[in-house]
Design a protein around this ligand. Structure first.
Ligand code: SF4
Ligand code: SF4
Length: 449
């Protein structure tokens, strides 16, 4: 898979001081300063934060609130880039302890694409991680900045070992997609502990523990169908390990850290090249069948990425991170961040502006829901502000895949209503006791543990 590199320099680079969940970083530079590639420009003493680095060499024009792809405004460092690629010295990591590696991950600005700083996933306060998973089931990252599938496979194995070390965990797995034959072949050509690696399919009750025993290894590579959705972590954890995550909790509550390909690659580069997380691969799609993958400096405005894609016509809508579940942008000056995976553009005539009509009780949304919810009922309750009842029928299990809204003939904005209710519940019930999930198992096809 070919990766383009965005070579043209944008007029300005906008680097948000928060590209993760948690505290906004304090700026370490001021207007008029000259910064170098890789220079740390923001940090925070808070545990739930991650350092921010400059992706270019140039002059700081301003430190001001600017549009962020999550739809908010965030304090950002605006830089006028220079042609020069002068960078800070990138020291390689060397032999370090597990604690030092966790600190190094925070210092290198490594965060998960779903928002959590990676060191907080590996070392959650008050919890112990024994298993690390790398979710490689999203095809857009296969290829990424890797030259060949073999290159990708060996780097991911190395990254998994580092993540296991940083977490102080025992076991780890990389999970591929069953239809990603190039990657499966690449992993199967690798040796671990003198044995050829076998990619094992997750079917029925054969979960990660089964294959750890069978292969007598603390690292396995598994495969499963792609699970699509914004909030798949708990579902993914159950599918791979068989551990049920209680409603309102995340996988760390059952000793599992879920990382992505992006953060694993960022860690590999940080350890081996000393360079922090300041560029990322973004896929761009729309207006034709072509999908491109572009290596972009973090802070590059969406407009520059769209220009390099070659589209010059009128744009109806720009969406960050997928048409079904992403966030529509109100400006093309919003910057690519560490969490940006995809930019979708739609022509004016492609933008769907259908008005919702009444539910016709066709149950298509129920049929497609991968976690066996009743989306139509959730939508009604959310719309009426009956958040307690939404919680009682397990709204937290929604993985935000958007399938229900996509099939709804009445064009009801089911996913938006569900997100609205989830946000309201999160604010109102922050300290409620945990509740056993009642229906997570129904979506996996194994009938239970
Ligand atoms: S309720 Fe809708 S968005 Fe949520 S998991 Fe089910 S189908 Fe997906
Ligand atoms: S798909 Fe739409 S119309 Fe059909 S039951 Fe669900 S919400 Fe109602």
């Amino acid at each position: 898979m070919e990766i383009k590199k965005l070579d043209t320099l944008p007029e300005k680079i906008i680097i948000p001081l928060r590209q993760h969940r948690g505290a906004v970083c304090e700026p370490l530079v001021k207007k008029g300063d000259r910064v170098l590639v890789g220079q740390k420009i923001g940090e925070s003493d808070e545990y739930y934060s991650s350092s921010v680095h400059s992706s270019v060499c140039g002059e700081v024009l301003a430190i001001e609130e600017a549009a962020h792809p999550d739809g908010n405004k965030v304090m950002s460092v605006v830089i006028q880039p220079e042609e020069s690629n002068e960078s800070v010295e990138f020291p390689k990591c060397g032999d370090i302890t597990s604690d030092q590696l966790a600190d190094f991950i925070k210092e290198s600005g490594i965060v998960e694409h779903y928002g959590m700083p990676t060191h907080t996933v590996l070392r959650p306060k008050g919890k112990k991680i024994d298993t690390v998973l790398i979710n490689a089931t999203s095809s857009e990252w296969i290829g990424g900045t890797f030259k060949t599938p073999a290159d990708y496979a060996s780097q991911m194995i190395d990254a998994l070992k580092m993540l296991i070390k940083a977490a102080g965990a025992k076991n780890g797995a990389i999970v591929l997609r069953t239809d990603d034959q190039a990657s499966i072949d690449a992993f199967e050509s690798i040796e671990i502990d003198g044995k050829n690696l076998q990619v094992a399919p997750l079917v029925g009750s054969r979960k990660m523990g089964y294959y750890l025993n069978e292969q007598d290894s603390n690292i396995v590579v598994l495969s499963q169908e792609r699970i699509f959705g914004k909030k798949i972590l708990n579902f993914f954890t159950y599918n791979v390990t068989g551990r049920k995550v209680k409603i309102g909790c995340d996988p760390t509550s059952v000793g599992v850290a879920v990382c992505g390909i992006k953060s694993a690659k960022a860690l590999y580069d940080a350890v081996n090249e000393g360079r922090p997380f300041y560029d990322t691969v973004v896929s761009i799609e729309g207006v034709s069948d072509k999908m491109e993958y572009i290596l972009v400096k973090i802070g590059t405005p969406f407009k520059d990425v769209i220009d390099s894609y070659g589209y010059t016509g009128e744009i109806g809508k720009i969406i960050a991170n997928g048409v079904r579940t992403g966030v529509a942008q109100y400006t093309d000056q919003v910057p690519v961040t560490k969490g940006t995976t995809r930019i979708s553009i739609q022509k004016p005539e492609e933008v769907i502006r259908d008005e919702s009509i009444e539910c016709i009780h066709c149950a298509r949304c129920v049929d497609v829901c991968p976690v066996a919810l009743i989306p139509s009922r959730l939508a009604v309750m959310a719309d009426q502000g009956r958040f307690d009842e939404c919680r009682q029928i397990n709204i937290d299990n929604c993985i935000e895949c958007g399938d229900c809204a996509a099939v709804c003939p009445s064009k009801i904005h089911i996913l938006q209503l569900i997100r609205y209710a989830k946000d309201a519940i999160e604010m109102a019930y922050e300290n409620l006791p945990e509740k056993e999930s009642s229906n997570l198992k129904l979506g996996c096809g194994c009938g239970g543990e």
